[in-house]
Ligand binder design. Structure first.
Ligand code: CA
Length: 186
């Protein structure tokens, strides 16, 4: 076995061990290109917010899912299945806002609150999906201290544009190749 293939096997073994742990394989939603992953709790909402940024996928840093369409709601619900899951919205000064991802600081343009939920009550200030109305994919507001759930992490779409360092490496590689080619010609 070559050195490279033994390293490869070692990496696969580590990845296999990871896949047995608390999260599912990442899945991509076709209509926005974002990727999502179920992360088992228990987390408080604040812990879930912090934990999301420790996850990465294809170079993208994760954030607690921000649900901005019915299609995205369906997808996040599908990953959470019937499990209670935090989503990235909370009250700020009495108003519900997204606290994560590209929508951080924005008011909710889409919501799917259950009956009498999301009412800006001062004791229930953090949003989750799947409370009671599980098959309806409804949201509920929760007190943050006593509730410990899992959550769904979201990653932005991977762009095809290489990072500046990648260009530098490619140019360095081309330079080395042209040196080799020139030596061969001589
Ligand atoms: Ca989102």
């Amino acid at each position: 076995m070559s050195k490279i293939s033994s390293i490869h096997v070692a990496i696969c073994a580590v990845l296999a061990a990871c896949s047995l742990s608390a999260h599912s394989a990442p899945e991509t939603l076709a209509n926005n290109g974002h990727t999502y992953e179920w992360i088992s709790g228990p987390f408080s909402w604040d812990q879930a917010l912090a934990d999301a940024s420790t996850h990465t996928n294809a170079g993208q840093t994760g954030y607690m899912a921000t649900i901005t369409s019915a299609a995205e709601n369906d997808f996040v619900h599908g990953l959470a299945n019937t499990r209670l899951a935090w989503i990235g919205a909370s009250q700020v000064n009495g108003d519900w806002v997204w606290r994560a991802g590209p929508e951080a600081g924005q008011a909710l343009s889409y919501s799917n609150w259950g009956t009498n939920q999301g009412l800006n009550q001062s004791l229930e200030t953090h949003a989750g999906i799947n409370w009671f109305g599980q098959t309806q994919k409804r949201w509920d507001d929760f007190g943050v201290v006593v509730q410990t759930f899992g959550y769904v992490v979201e990653y932005d779409a991977v762009t095809a544009v290489p990072e500046p360092e990648t260009y530098a490496m490619m140019l360095a590689g081309l330079g080395a190749l042209s040196l080799v080619a020139r030596r061969r010609v001589r």
